[in-house]
Design a protein. Structure first.
Length: 79
């Protein structure tokens, strides 16, 4: 980025590991920090959602296990 006729303009580029440009913004120090924070927060959200999903799956598996154990006990009492 370059100012006309000469000089340097501030800005930020954010690129992921695959080479995809996530942000390309010009601006001052605080503006560029805000852009990067927004990109980082949006990248962390799927990870947080994944953790919540895994916890819910674990809890469901535990309940299913308890139900299966109860059913096995009831089947054993009937026999």
């Amino acid at each position: 980025m370059q100012k006309a006729p000469k000089g340097t303009k501030r800005g930020v580029f954010v690129v992921d590991k695959a080479g995809k440009v996530l942000a390309a913004e010009g601006g001052g120090p605080q503006a560029t920090v805000d852009v990067v924070k927004k990109v980082v927060d949006s990248q962390d959200a799927p990870a947080a959602d994944k953790e919540v999903k895994e916890k819910e799956d674990t809890e469901l598996a535990q309940v299913a296990s308890e139900v299966a154990d109860s059913a096995a006990k009831l089947d054993g009492e009937k026999a």
